[in-house]
Design a protein around this ligand. Structure first.
Ligand SMILES: Cc1cc2nc3c(=O)[nH]c(=O)nc-3n(C[C@H](O)[C@H](O)[C@H](O)COP(=O)(O)OP(=O)(O)OC[C@H]3O[C@@H](n4cnc5c(N)ncnc54)[C@H](O)[C@@H]3O)c2cc1C
Length: 427
């Protein structure tokens, strides 16, 4: 079987040392078998191990190989679609529960970093940057909404304030979330994997689940081994392929691209982002950026529906970076990579059970660093028999993409083009 390496990203190049982990080459019995060692799988594993369950994690490549080891590193509160969408589409009880959970994922990340002493360059503070007065009004509405759900860490920034936080002329204002922030995403995943092993969990790498045999005691097969468990958790997200066909029909893998500059001189880095906050703009197809611990600008944006890898990431993302920061014209781009997130039609997570012993959570549609950490906790609660919070998410309705798998990517791209045109024209 071919060995799958990490893509050549800045994160892979600056990853903390990790132990060599075996392939699964035996028959194993456990309480819970988790498929996928991204944040969803690792967070579920940690929550279960903390409750005394025996856990085996199967990873097709290496820990954090997927979106969790390649993302923008931005800790963004709430969900890809905000609580007001949930208010419009879910029942009152479910909305209250999901609203109350909207800020828990970021707390879990900070708890884990502290509790397991994870070295992943955590920085506090994230800015939502508005490119138009319409987006500014949207942010004011978002602040009122989050405050209604008890969250009090937001601060509006006017045109002058944002200019003193972000050295760009693009923005009319913004909103600072003091409990947002950023991390080295792969090192967070690697640190969580070490914590899983410290608590007695077993992680097998280069061990793809190729079949789930459903039944009273499901069996997960890999090319060279098998795991028999009381419960299975499917956490393969955009990299799952067709392992569970029921899930594939209602979600679509999408690629997004990131570049990293060379390390910037200290005075240039601190002139761009003086408080080292991360930033994302309010466009439908948004740009997101932050400084790394060694003062590179890490800049992401762009979406490829259907997750084909673009030939030249730099030619797509560098112009976006220069539109925001023309002062970086001379900065060398040292890394460029792409990663897949999983889109659902509603842009809300797809959560549920297959039978009564296979659980899944996927499809956070672009903002998943915080939600996936929450997902791990609520899946573990459900396995333990306290499913109220899990069931609130499971109640969210999901629909197949119009046009099915074949035409869905083209139709979604057209939809995105429409929204990005509206953003560009300031509608
Ligand atoms: C480039 C990029 C930038 C992003 N930036 C941000 C951001 O700044 N902030 C934010 O909130 N969100 C961001 N996201 C989204 C966020 O990273 C994801 O929502 C989150 O990491 C998903 O975690 P996950 O564990 O569900 O999936 P993944 O991290 O993709 O993990 C799934 C894992 O399952 C494994 N797997 C799949 N199938 C199998 C199988 N059959 N057997 C065994 N293993 C399997 C894969 O190899 C993979 O390691 C970004 C995503 C991308 C791609």
């Amino acid at each position: 079987m071919a060995h799958i390496d990490y893509p050549a990203s800045y994160y892979a190049a600056s990853a903390n040392k990790a132990p060599a982990r075996p392939r699964l080459q035996e028959a194993v019995e456990t309480d819970v078998c988790i498929i996928g060692a991204g944040y969803t799988g690792l967070s579920t594993a940690l929550s279960l191990l903390e409750q005394g369950y025996r856990v085996v994690v199967l990873e097709a490549a290496g820990v954090g190989f997927g979106a969790s080891g390649r993302n923008g590193g931005q800790i963004v509160n709430s969900y890809s679609r905000d609580i007001d969408t949930i208010e419009r589409t879910a029942g009152a009880h479910e909305t209250a529960l999901i609203g109350a959970m909207a800020f828990e994922g970021a707390r879990i990340i900070r708890e884990r970093i502290r509790q397991y002493d994870i070295d992943c360059d955590l920085k506090d503070g994230g800015i939502f940057a508005a490119l138009s007065t319409k987006q500014m009004r949207h942010l004011e509405g978002q602040k009122a909404l989050w405050e209604r759900y008890g969250y009090q860490h937001l601060e509006m920034l006017d045109g002058q304030d944002i200019r003193s936080e972000v050295a760009s002329d693009r923005y009319v204002g913004g909103m600072l979330d003091r409990q947002g922030g950023h991390i080295h995403p792969l090192n967070l995943a690697l640190g969580e994997a070490l914590a899983v092993e410290h608590l007695g969990g077993r992680i097998f790498e280069q061990s793809p689940a190729i079949k789930i045999e459903r039944g009273q005691r499901p069996m997960v097969r890999t090319p060279e081994g098998q795991v028999s468990a009381r419960f299975v958790v499917v956490a393969g997200n955009a990299y799952l392929g067709n392992l569970v066909p029921e899930l594939a029909a209602k979600s679509m893998p999408c690629g997004t691209q990131v570049i990293a500059t060379e390390p910037l001189a200290a005075e240039i880095a601190s002139s761009l982002l003086p408080h080292d906050y991360c930033v994302e703009d309010c466009n439908y197809l948004l740009d997101y950026y932050r400084l790394s611990a060694d003062r590179r600008l890490i800049y992401g944006g762009g979406v490829v529906y259907g997750a084909r890898d673009p030939a030249d990431v730099i030619s797509i993302i560098r112009p976006k970076m220069l539109e925001t920061f023309p002062q970086l014209r001379e900065a060398k781009i040292e890394f460029a990579w792409t990663g897949n997130f999983l889109l659902t039609l509603s842009r809300l997570p797809q959560v549920g059970r297959l039978g009564d012993n296979i659980y899944y959570s996927q499809g956070c549609s672009g903002h998943g660093v915080t939600y996936t950490h929450l997902a791990g906790r609520i899946i573990a609660e459900a396995i333990k028999g306290q499913a109220e919070r899990f069931d609130a998410f499971a109640s969210l309705r999901h629909y197949p993409f119009p046009g099915g798998q074949r035409f869905g990517a083209a139709i979604s791209a057209l939809g995105a083009l429409y929204y990005s045109l509206r953003d560009r024209l300031g509608f």
